[in-house]
Design a protein around this ligand. Structure first.
Ligand code: CA
Length: 517
């Protein structure tokens, strides 16, 4: 009997030691937040570019961690998405509805909450919220969108131009902070904000011609006639056919003293992109594009041929930018391994939204169609997440903040509107059952000319309400995954439409939307 008691006591002691060890070693957190990185362009998602443009380093995170297949944003545009990620709230709560508001960093964010809880916090790279970052021990951020080459970075000490390719520069800064600048007695939370692959897409020198001999697969609906949808889809100013040639297609020249013969906002291009290149970079870019540009001019393409050319040119450049993102994810992960931080660090790879890559003939985002609102989300942490998981729950970017606080062992403020995804890390279920997500886009009028809308997404259906147009769209995502035909007026779906209308009403109450006039 005594022997049994002694063994039991020993077991309890061992368990206590393990538990104490885990408690005393709080998780580190790294959020790699890329800009406009579509799930179509991450090979772990097995989508259109998986074969021609694999992303082995990002895939490794997914294969050894968890990939979320139904992850959405609350408002598909840069600044509002970033505000939702930081605060765990919808746009009307955090105050960033469009690209025009300055973020109030004093409201509760993952940065200031974790900092108060004893974390060392940092943000490096894209910030894009106008005000200076608050709640970060260290910040070194791009001015507005930043530039691909020789970008300017802002710190509390002023603005400094950093030579080199922006994705490499940001990762260098991140590794440097981890290695040399942080207080190593504390756990850390770092946001690595990539500019890439936001437009205007310019790959690094080594990938400028990487896809030259590749023919990218086109989406089936590259030439959408918009017959199955309403006014907003038709009026959206983001069709490939109207894409500005110089800015988006690197179709420039300085021959014969011309500034930019093909570009319809040439000055901006000249100042921002080409003008800041050094001689070596200029030579590399001229060599990569000049001959192709001359051939393009000679071909005098029109109509569908011109759209096809634009699609190939821009998406190759986009994928070239992503190759560099993937390389740099690999470089950061190599550092974590070498520094023995890999086991205890949660790495989240995410984009601020998805992106149209020629689907519906669009580029850009914003509209509540899958390519823009569905967003990659991958999480990796060997000591926290079981490997090789694919999750199909409806999750949203308002969930990231509660998840991060939960992982850090910090209380989640009651006003946060998302919920922690940690139960899903090992095949469990969300604490509160969730059958739908709420979406709201506000940025109108603006250059893209996309009307305001809100809507609801469920496991199978999507309802969109363009309230200033008094128009609705309804999609059966199972039968029509590319959302070509709204079934709003189809009597066969009357019951489902009514159910989703009620759901939308309930979500407006749940998320405390201002009451309508
Ligand atoms: Ca973005």
């Amino acid at each position: 009997m005594k022997k049994v008691k002694a063994i039991l006591l020993l077991c309890v002691s061992i368990i206590s030691i393990i538990a104490f060890g885990q408690q005393s070693q709080q998780k580190n957190i790294i959020v790699i937040l890329s800009d406009d990185h579509a799930y179509q362009a991450i090979s772990a998602y097995n989508d259109r570019f998986a074969e021609v443009a694999p992303t082995p380093n990002i895939d490794k995170l997914a294969n050894n961690g968890i990939r979320f297949d139904r992850s959405y944003v609350a408002n598909s545009i840069c600044a509002p998405s970033r505000a939702s990620i930081l605060t765990g709230t919808h746009s009307h709560i955090n105050g960033i509805l469009t690209l025009d508001e300055a973020f109030n960093g004093k409201q509760p964010t993952i940065a200031n909450i974790l900092q108060k809880a004893g974390y060392e916090t940092s943000i490096i790279g894209k910030w894009h919220l106008e005000s200076n970052p608050v709640g970060f021990n260290y910040w070194d951020v791009l001015m507005d969108q930043g530039d691909y080459y020789n970008s300017d970075f802002k710190t509390p000490n002023g603005v400094v131009r950093n030579a080199g390719y922006v994705t490499d520069v940001i990762t260098n800064k991140a590794i440097n902070w981890l290695e040399n600048d942080r207080n190593k007695d504390k756990p850390f939370m770092m946001i690595v904000g990539n500019k890439a692959p936001h437009s205007n897409w310019i790959p690094p020198m080594k990938y400028l011609t990487y896809f030259d001999n590749v023919q990218l697969p086109e989406p089936d609906n590259l030439f959408d006639d918009f017959s199955g949808r309403g006014t907003a889809a038709k009026e959206a100013n983001m069709r490939m056919e109207s894409m500005q040639m110089g800015w988006y297609c690197q179709l420039w020249t300085e021959r014969k003293g011309e500034r930019d013969i093909y570009n319809d906002y040439g000055d901006r291009l000249w100042e921002r992109a080409y003008g800041r290149l050094n001689n070596e970079q200029k030579a590399a870019i001229d060599q990569a594009y000049n001959k192709k540009n001359e051939a393009f001019v000679k071909a005098n393409l029109k109509g569908k041929d011109l759209v096809r050319w634009k699609y190939q040119r821009t998406m190759k450049n986009y994928l070239g930018c992503i190759k560099s993102v993937d390389d740099n994810v690999g470089r950061l992960m190599d550092y974590l391994k070498k520094a023995k931080l890999e086991e205890n660090t949660l790495v989240i790879y995410v984009s601020d939204q998805g992106m149209f890559m020629g689907e519906h003939s669009y580029f850009d985002k914003r509209l509540m169609y899958e390519e823009a609102v569905r967003t990659p989300l991958i999480a990796y942490c060997p000591s926290l997440i079981s490997p090789n998981q694919i999750n199909n729950d409806l999750v949203q970017n308002i969930d990231y903040a509660p998840t991060i606080l939960d992982v850090a062992g910090v209380d989640i403020p009651a006003h946060m509107q998302g919920q922690s995804l940690t139960p899903l890390f090992n095949g469990g279920k969300l604490k509160q059952d969730r059958k739908s997500l709420y979406y709201h886009y506000y940025d109108y009028p603006s250059g893209r000319n996309i009307h305001k809308h809100e809507g609801v997404i469920t496991d199978r259906y999507k309802l969109i309400r363009y309230y200033e147009l008094d128009e609705w769209e309804f999609f059966d995502l199972k039968k029509d995954p590319t959302e070509m035909k709204s079934e709003y007026d189809n009597p066969k779906y009357a019951k489902q439409v009514a159910t989703l209308k009620e759901e939308l009403k309930q979500l407006r109450i749940k998320y405390k939307l201002p009451s309508e006039k």
